[in-house]
Write a protein that binds this ligand. Structure first.
Ligand code: PMP
Length: 434
């Protein structure tokens, strides 16, 4: 195939005719034309190792997933108002992966839509509007989810926090408000306090929404007992607990299939997205029987695309491939190796302030000796890694956290290559000057 459009032309067209808020990665944007397993390939045929994409969960263009979509696409694609086996089979397989108390499923098309529905459920079930959410959390781009995504409303171009949203401090045990051994309890006490203050003015909460690991917030792993305590306070107040597993689900943690399982909590609602369809728009809301029954007020829930046979065939195949290829075990093994190697790099290069994460959901941040963030160094590192053929992304409120959340087929050799290249760049003069 010949790619006739120059990058410059495409950039100009985007500037003129596509949404003004759309961003492009890298100072010199990439023109990617093909995906294959762990690699993205540009218009010149240059291959990049992808450590960013947790959407293409089982690998870019996985042949089995592609075939499942093509096959069903050629036969039938309709909404859920007819009986179809695919939705039943997918729901059955998904339920096997969830704890038994979560047994009702709604299929939707994006993480935003999943969280939108989850919030509406919490509000309908409790009859309340007030929601607790985590600082720098991100839950999507629709109105209701933006209202609980402080990543957005406190960020560049944001809007003031809505009155019904109550933000808990980011449970960052490295650079946050509390850093002691038992800081999970200190962070969770904010939930208790907010609930008490609301009660004092005659208000009750609808619930709590939280990413099981705060991703856009900088790959933050909440400290032990945090979720357990927050859930306790929320449940005692009659609220609904929503676990946003859009980034963290489907085996990525290695130890567990869902990240909330690491914390020994029982969410009332779990939302899933990104990896579910390996790039095909597919997202899910799972809830308890009680939530599902109370949400059913008699009004129809209709979703034109949600749960269509093509999406369900793709989703079911993704689950199958995760199982067949032992990808959860791979995340545990390769993620564990990466963690050890990153910690070794940290000893060698003091610019690495913290290394954290689980499985193939890792992050490290760059700081000076006083823990001040070094965003320019993060940006230098990502651009240099790109030159060396490895894609990495930066996030966190201070833009100093490098995220590692590759397709789950990331192998030991890929991990070794990543560490080798990181070692090279960390040794460069710019990375040593801070
Ligand atoms: N929740 C989390 C934790 C996310 O990271 C995202 C997307 N970055 C969303 C929800 C929204 O998902 P989508 O972009 O599919 O609407």
């Amino acid at each position: 195939t010949k790619y006739v459009q120059s990058s410059e032309k495409m950039i100009n067209f985007r500037k003129e005719h596509l949404g003004k808020g759309l961003s492009l990665s890298y100072e010199k944007p990439l023109h990617i034309v093909r995906g294959e397993g762990l690699y993205l390939i540009d218009a010149n045929g240059k291959k990049y190792l992808d450590t960013v994409n947790n959407v293409n969960h089982v690998g870019h263009q996985h042949p089995k997933v592609v075939a499942a979509g093509q096959k069903q696409m050629a036969v039938l694609n309709t909404n859920t108002r007819y009986l179809h086996e695919e939705i039943i089979r997918y729901a059955e397989d998904l339920l096997k992966k969830l704890p038994p108390h979560l047994l009702v499923i709604h299929f939707v098309n994006s993480g935003s839509e999943a969280n939108e529905l989850a919030l509406r459920m919490a509000k309908t079930v409790t009859g309340n509007k007030d929601i607790l959410a985590i600082e720098v959390g991100y839950h999507g781009n629709t109105n209701a989810v933006m209202d609980v995504s402080s990543y957005k409303f406190e960020g560049k171009g944001g809007f003031p926090k809505p009155e019904t949203t109550h933000i808990l401090p980011l449970p960052d045990s490295f650079r946050g408000k509390y850093t002691s051994e038992n800081c999970g309890i200190d962070y969770a006490n904010h939930a208790k306090e907010i609930i008490q203050n609301l009660k004092a003015v005659g208000k009750e909460i609808a619930g709590f929404i939280g990413e099981s690991m705060v991703s856009c917030g900088g790959q933050i792993v909440p400290p032990k007992n945090y979720f357990k305590e927050v859930y306790k306070h929320v449940h005692e107040a009659g609220g609904i607990c929503i676990a946003d597993e859009v980034q963290t689900g489907f085996g990525r943690m290695g130890k567990t299939f869902w990240a909330f399982e690491l914390y020994d909590v029982q969410p009332d609602i779990v939302t899933m997205g990104k990896p579910a369809g390996n790039g095909h728009p597919l997202a899910i809301v799972a809830c308890t029987k009680e939530v599902a029954e109370k949400f059913n007020t008699g009004m129809e829930y209709f979703n034109t695309f949600g749960g269509n046979p093509v999406s369900c065939a793709i989703g079911r195949t993704v689950l199958e491939v995760v199982e067949e290829e032992g990808l959860q075990e791979n995340a545990l093994r390769v993620g564990g190796f990466l963690m050890v190697e990153l910690k070794a790099l940290q000893k060698q290069f003091p610019i690495i302030g913290d290394v954290r994460g689980e499985g193939l959901f890792l992050g490290f941040e760059l700081n000076d000796s006083e823990k001040n963030p070094l965003p320019e160094h993060a940006s230098y590192l990502a651009n240099r890694m790109k030159q060396l053929g490895i894609l990495m992304s930066i996030d966190g409120p201070d833009h100093n956290v490098l995220k590692i959340k590759p397709p789950m087929v990331f192998s030991q050799e890929n991990a070794e290559e990543l560490i080798y290249r990181l070692n090279t760049v960390f040794g460069e003069d710019f990375m040593k000057s801070f």
